[in-house]
Design a protein around this ligand. Structure first.
Ligand code: MG
Length: 268
């Protein structure tokens, strides 16, 4: 090694030592305490959680929830014909006449249910049961659906020992996201969905800048883990991107009498 090279190497080493020494000194002068990483505001709101009852799979609504069905009436819903956005945005057949019996409302042929209130990001709890008497097979057995913002179907289907295409089975985002598991209960038994939904984002030009994302528990088992929803859930063809704002919860009529109870939402 030449003499100049040795000199440069020594200088570099001294500089490194000086920098590290300064850094240590700074760390010591701003010594961390337990309090320096404790945050006191804003304080999360107090929410009284729901309770487990004989008539719930999960809990009753927590104190800050918007109740969409409490077992008494369908006042929070209107009837619509068709469940694709193009039809439901134009049709309102008036009050929902789905029958309510023993605290349960049953889907009725010809009309889907649209919530009067609209939501952006939310947590949704809903309980359903497919008919105890098994009729049909595949997609024709206990078919309904929970349409998030009225556009994106989380499939409801009796998939207990009833195979169908996996991107259309219970727990799927219809034809977009295959569920991670099939924790189906038997026909006629109560099942529950707990859904955490983040709406898609659009810019002023109507372009989607972020997908919708959904996390879903079916009967307490994770079936969708922050799954991206790329557009509408189409029976035929690819997802369509349609800019939109807040949207309703829509319960699909697919010709099978599916029962629902204990439906509540927490806007996020
Ligand atoms: Mg369906």
């Amino acid at each position: 090694m030449k003499k100049t090279s040795v000199t440069l190497a020594v200088c570099a080493a001294l500089l490194t030592f000086a920098v590290s020494t300064t850094s240590m000194a700074q760390n010591q002068s701003s010594k961390q305490t337990p309090e320096s990483t404790e945050i006191y505001e804003p304080v999360p709101p107090v929410v009284t959680p729901g309770v487990v009852t004989a008539n719930t799979s999960g809990t009753t609504p927590p104190s800050d929830a918007t109740v969409l069905f409490d077992g008494k009436n369908t006042d929070q819903w209107v009837a619509i014909t068709g469940y694709d956005p193009a039809s439901w945005e134009k049709t309102n057949a008036g009050p929902l006449k789905w029958p309510v019996r023993d605290g349960i409302m049953y889907s009725t042929k010809g009309f889907s249910a649209r919530s009067k209130q609209e939501f952006n990001d939310f947590q949704l709890h809903i309980e359903f049961k497919t008919p105890e008497k098994v009729e049909g097979k595949g997609q024709g057995r206990g078919n309904s659906g929970v349409f998030l913002q009225g556009r994106y179907e989380l499939q409801v289907l009796d998939n207990y020992e009833n195979p169908t295409y996996v991107d259309g089975m219970v727990g799927s985002i219809y034809k977009q996201a295959i569920p991670l598991a099939n924790p189906s209960r038997k026909p006629g038994e109560w099942q529950s969905y707990d859904i955490i939904y983040q709406a898609p984002r659009f810019n002023k030009a109507g372009m989607m800048t972020d997908y919708a994302y959904v996390t879903v528990l079916l009967n307490g088992v994770l079936v969708q883990n922050h799954a991206a929803i790329r557009g509408t859930t189409e029976y035929i063809g690819y997802p369509k991107v349609q800019p939109h704002g807040a949207g309703p919860i829509l319960l699909q009529d697919h010709g099978n009498p599916v029962g629902f109870r204990n439906i509540w939402v927490r806007p996020l």
